[in-house]
Design a protein around this ligand. Structure first.
Ligand code: 13P
Length: 210
């Protein structure tokens, strides 16, 4: 896809996420890999009202080379791209249900949301670790995200929100949506002792659908 088309797609998918309440105010940021760099949403921009031509452009070393000032969380996206060479896009949201799970003290930090449904496993993967709390924009979180992303397509930042990667921008957005739904189910079912997918069922999904 051309850079022009990717800019339009990014603005359109971001607006769709915003319209459905996955992001409010200026929360969240989205990036996509180009052949020779990256596009990333400008800092303090609203995902609902992005101007495609103003989306920031970074070179292959994540330096700002065009468009508006990039998100203060470029390092969060860089952690994923460097840890996961197959990642073509990264979506960070403060979506309500996933962020609620990120605030619970008693979840399994290695995998806070268990395998409840096939689409969560297919899109997000086997595990989604919880990364300890850092202030938004604090570059000190990069090594922690990088380490977690080496083994996972998505991470949950404690008391902050999810960061999700995908092979394409559409994949990453779909995974972020599935993660939010899985978080909602997890919260709905807390205390109900739900039946989980078995390890064999998870293996089957990851073998046959990814
Ligand atoms: P930016 O506006 O700098 O992208 O930051 C938004 C955000 O989601 C912080 O966590």
């Amino acid at each position: 896809m051309s850079e022009h088309a990717l800019r339009a797609q990014l603005a359109s998918l971001a607006a769709s996420l915003f319209a459905r309440g996955f992001s409010v105010g200026s929360a969240g940021n989205i990036s996509v890999r180009l052949e020779d760099g990256f596009l990333i949403t400008p800092t303090n921009s609203c995902l609902g009202r992005l101007a495609p031509e103003r989306i920031a452009r970074l070179d292959a070393d994540f330096r700002h080379v065009g468009g508006d000032k990039p998100s203060k969380e470029v390092f969060m996206h860089r952690a994923f791209y460097l840890a996961r060479p197959e990642a073509g896009a990264v979506v960070h949201l403060h979506s309500t249900m996933a962020t609620a799970v990120a605030c619970l003290p008693d979840v399994d930090a290695a995998n806070p949301i268990p395998p409840l449904t096939p689409y969560f496993v297919m899109r997000v993967g086997r595990t989604m670790p919880l990364v300890p709390y850092y202030r938004p924009g604090d570059a000190a979180m990069e090594p922690a995200i990088h380490a977690a992303a080496t083994h996972a397509r998505a991470v949950l930042l404690a008391n902050h929100g999810p960061v999700v990667s995908g092979r394409t921008l559409e994949d990453a957005v779909h995974a972020a949506e599935e993660l939010e739904e899985a978080a909602k189910l997890f919260l709905l079912l807390r205390g109900a002792n739900p039946r989980l997918l078995t390890p064999a069922q998870v293996d089957d999904l990851l073998t046959n659908f990814t």
